[in-house]
Design a protein. Structure first.
Length: 306
């Protein structure tokens, strides 16, 4: 049973309005269940009286079920659109786009109407749509990492949120797996002595130690690893031709008399090393940045002096 609330503040005419908005704040209600009348008090003083009047629920008028816009239980497509819009407007805390909310509410209302055994009220349809919008909005917030607990609005790094939104690795997993399988397959095609040389250098990371582990001289090991590297590159880049190999293996740089540090003591790492076209040798990026900064400083001082 629905009731209509009639509030009568002291010295004012009766009004059908929200109690808090009319009475100016929170009040204590004293209701007589037999007469459906009562008083509203705040701080011990009466701020108004009210009356509850039963309201009969009117069924929708019978419509032609053969009409093109009829859905079920006397409701039409127009009624579903009105109920969906009312559901979207009533849910003011939703963060989704209005069109998405309207489509969600419309689908839920249509499903509730079709599956209902008895004719639902318009309020029931609006509640079904509003509940669907609320649940869909909470699911979207959980997907974006916003907690749906009491501390709503706080972004947290939940496991599923991190798994969905974390930055993917630079190399796709399938390429990494394919590369590892290709390395194993190519090593199997190399002669035994070349495969041993490759494995020894990969494990020990030093030409001399790898040569000693195989009982070879340094020069013999360099020749063997060079042949293995050439055969490996041919198969690795097949069916295309292997590009020209440039640079020096850093693991033989110290033995060959090539320093791995610049004169200023900066290490020649890949990030700190560059080359200039038409100029032999390596260039230290850190030293180059220092020279550029000193050059700019000199130009500024010269401009100030002029």
């Amino acid at each position: 049973m629905d009731y209509q609330l009639t509030i009568t503040p002291p010295g004012q005419p009766p009004a059908h309005q929200h109690a808090r908005g009319l009475l100016g704040g929170q009040v204590d209600i004293h209701l007589d269940p037999e007469t459906l009348t009562g008083t509203a008090r705040r701080a011990g003083a009466t701020v108004g009286t009210f009356t509850l009047t039963p309201v009969e629920q009117h069924q929708l008028a019978t419509v032609d079920t053969a009409a093109p816009d009829h859905v079920a239980h006397g409701y039409t497509i127009r009624d579903l659109n009105r109920a969906a819009r009312a559901a979207c407007v009533s849910n003011r805390t939703a963060t989704l786009d209005f069109t998405l909310r309207h489509n969600t509410a419309w689908s839920a209302i249509a499903e509730h109407l079709i599956t209902a055994e008895q004719q639902p009220t318009f309020h029931d349809l609006v509640c079904a749509g509003s509940q669907a919008v609320y649940e869909d909005d909470r699911a979207a917030q959980r997907m974006y990492g916003v907690t749906t607990d009491r501390n709503s609005g706080r972004v947290v790094l939940r496991p599923r949120f991190t798994a969905y939104w974390a930055t993917a690795p630079a190399d796709p997993p399938d390429e990494v797996i394919a590369d590892r399988m290709a390395v194993d397959q190519i090593l199997r095609t190399l002669p035994e002595n070349q495969r041993q040389a490759v494995v020894a250098l990969a494990v020990l990371g030093d030409y001399q130690k790898a040569a000693d582990s195989l009982g070879l001289t340094y020069k013999a090991f360099v020749v063997r690893i060079g042949r293995a590297r050439k055969a490996f590159r041919v198969l690795w880049f097949a069916p295309d031709a292997a590009p020209r190999q440039r640079g020096t293996d850093r693991r033989v740089a110290s033995r060959a008399g090539i320093s791995d540090h610049c004169p200023q003591g900066h290490e020649f790492t890949p990030e700190n090393t560059t080359r200039q076209h038409g100029r032999r040798g390596r260039i230290c990026r850190a030293c180059k940045r220092g020279r550029d900064a000193a050059r700019r400083q000199g130009k500024q001082e010269l401009a100030v002096a002029v």
